[in-house]
Write a protein that binds this ligand. Structure first.
Ligand code: BGC
Length: 348
């Protein structure tokens, strides 16, 4: 179903699409490809919206910390907002201290996407397309992007990203849902248990730029190899946690970059019994514990969002890869196709 959700200041109509399959209900906006709500049942069969968001376009435009949005051209940070590719230096839009975050101030989350619904066998979905002009936010190359959201007959939400370019560039696309499996507005998500299939993570500096080589998680608060509550170690006196006000780091998935999606993480809410398993082709996962939610925004529930009221699990290549030759490459050249897939599976 397609309906008018609202209008931008220039009069552009923003649509909301509603899909349902396999027990999962998804609502997506043409603005930013935003997941405006995602509803799944708990162990008693009761539905709740498990993603943070807003009820109006105005709120998304004015002040959203990327709630539910598509992120491009580069998920997370590029240090100093600059990189060099094939001996040419590029200057990006700087929107986070001295760095460029999530593609810059006019990233994919602020763009209006063309949206086409489809039905394929027992799957339903939306195909979102957009052409980002050469030089947008400082990135070289005309980037033609297709993002496909599929709800499968099992109720999985699958995202397939594809992009091509006409000049050498860098690409790292992701999605920024804020999860609270007890329901948005229900309070802290730090009682959720999280498991991440990663023995290493990338430590950061004060500006949250990776310092270089990955470090072992063993013996640190970053060890999520066995499921543990997010709140268990988040208050440990650790310089990495002080820099980020909690967890806001890239985990180096043990499986590496894979052709098919493989399991990266599982999140479980003990109170509702809801679980979320994330599988991906990507080599990294940004786990962000909602540190910058500060009670200044309120969601559709009418309740305000405070620190730790949700967590983000963003599948990605590592932050600042364009400046880190030892990291898996984010370079895309003419003639190549960027491909990335992430599957969200729900249970209770
Ligand atoms: C980043 C955080 C940032 C948040 C957006 C996350 O992906 O890692 O540092 O604050 O997005 O608000």
């Amino acid at each position: 179903m397609k309906e008018v959700f609202g209008k931008l200041a220039d009069g552009t109509e923003i649509h909301r699409w509603s899909l349902e399959n396999g027990g999962t209900r998804l609502r997506v906006l043409s603005y930013g490809g935003i997941v405006q709500s995602l509803e799944v049942p708990d162990r008693e069969g009761r539905y709740a919206n498990v993603s943070l968001g807003f009820d109006s376009v105005e709120e998304y435009v004015a002040d959203s910390p990327y709630f539910g949005a598509l992120i491009g051209r580069y998920g997370n940070r590029v240090g100093g907002g600059r990189f060099t590719l094939d001996d040419t230096a590029y200057e990006l839009d700087v929107n986070d201290g001295g760095n460029s975050l999530h593609g810059g101030a006019g990233g994919f989350d602020k763009a209006v996407w063309d949206v086409e619904p489809f039905v394929q066998d027992s799957n339903v979905g939306l195909r979102l397309t957009r052409t980002s002009p050469d030089g947008e936010m400082g990135y070289p190359g005309t980037l033609r992007t297709t993002v496909t959201y599929t709800l499968t007959e099992d109720g999985d939400w699958r995202i397939d990203y594809e992009a091509t370019t006409d000049r050498p560039t860098v690409v790292n696309l992701t999605n920024h849902v804020y999860w609270n499996l007890a329901g948005e507005g229900s309070g802290s998500a730090h009682d959720h248990e999280l498991e991440i299939a990663a023995s290493r993570y990338t430590p950061v500096d004060a500006g949250l730029i990776p310092t270089g080589e990955p470090a072992e998680v063993a013996g640190t608060p970053f060890d999520f190899r066995r499921a543990k509550p997010i709140g268990a170690d988040v208050r440990t006196r650790d310089q990495q946690l002080l820099y980020a006000k909690g967890f806001d780091h890239n985990w180096v998935l043990d499986k590496g970059r894979t052709d098919l999606p493989e399991r990266a993480a599982t999140l479980r809410d003990p109170s509702s019994g809801r679980t979320l398993t994330i599988s991906t082709t990507e080599p990294g996962l940004q786990f962000y514990s909602g540190n910058f939610l500060d009670g200044t925004l309120a969601g559709p529930s009418g309740r305000i969002y405070r620190q730790g009221d949700a967590v983000c699990l963003e599948t990605q290549h590592f932050p600042d890869s364009p400046n880190k030759p030892s990291y898996p490459s984010t370079v895309l050249r003419p003639g190549q196709t960027y491909r990335s897939t992430t599957v969200h599976s729900f249970g209770a």
